[in-house]
Design a protein around this ligand. Sequence first.
Ligand code: ASP
Ligand code: MG
Length: 411
Amino acid sequence: MSLIVQKYGGTSVGSVERIEAVADKIEQMYKDGHQLIVVVSAMSGETNRLIGLANDIDTMANPREMDVLLSTGEQVTIALLCIALHKRGIGAKSYTGSQIKILTDNSHGKARIREIDDFRVKEDLTSGHVVVVAGFQGADETGNITTLGRGGSDTTAVALAAALKADECQIYTDVDGVYTTDPRMVSEARRLNKITFEEMLEMASQGSKILQIRSVEFAGKYSVPLRVLSSFEEGPGTLIAIEEGNQMEKPLVSGIAFNKDEAKLTIRGIPDQPGVAYKVLGAISAANIEIDVIVQNVAKDNSATITFTVHKSSLPQAEALLNEIASDLGALEVDADNRIAKVSIVGVGMRSHAGVAATMFEALSTEGINIQLITTSEIKITVVIDERYLELAVRALHSAFELDKPDLNDH
Ligand code: ASP
Ligand code: MG
């Protein structure tokens, strides 16, 4: 008998019919002899609807009250799911985050889980119940309801799986797994049977939005095997787990991630002196603007150029700040470009192979795509290009690394 934590997202519980279908799935697993903890999201669209209601009254609503409001979405689904399970003759009990004692800090709207009191859950499991928990919520030390940030139900599921040492944490969603790249862009994209936590984190932070990034970090930290599956069709999904076996046999590249959410800023003609990078980038960070790719270069005349990317929504503020910094430093010019795209190849196999970057650059060059910036990490190479060539670049890389072909390690 194994202990499985399952999480069903908003579309999977989006209507009464879908909740009944989820209950059928749980009934099957339960009859197969598994112990089950089920975490659910609010019905699809519900969290946005609640935010809309609050905004109609006040767009600056108190964060504590927002959490009281938003946590109701999940409370509806836990009760409906239990009602559906009872109808099938299965003993099930629903719990809100605060009832099950998911203790969080007190940052409303983005609370972090500190501790889970597993006593009640264990008791219910032992007595043969399916435990149904509201995702995305907890309570702080004084009992105030908190929420974990959008998409937070994934994190609830992983945290419960870690606390109870579950055999697997299964995330049921509207896609049937993690793909080599977005199948809406490349029809040859393939579902991966397995991917490491590190790769998944890179894919997620580069734009693949299947799982909340925090839930992947959490799962990696506690080595909770995570599986992404479709709630609408049968299939093995994608297992996200620790790296194992011989790296030499790993595919070089597991996936291609991309996004068009960033903009590029360049400051030219700054003095090449200690402290300039700090003056430029420190001021941007101090304004709470997140910086992603950073490249600095020094020309023969000893003037430096710094280029970096920020989220598109931060561009106006970052550009204004950079203009102020430029006049302080006596820089030559500042320019901004919001028509860029970022494309990354990701794979733990890169660690032990040379020449991966060359293959990437060759594929882009064959298509005549100009690379504006390059950055690398141990398991990722990222380029920034003109956004008009994004699709072409992703397709070219997908075939250059033969991601459309099943690899030896996929079983
Ligand atoms: N209902 C919350 C949201 O829409 C949490 C979740 O679905 O994971 O963000
Ligand atoms: Mg979600």
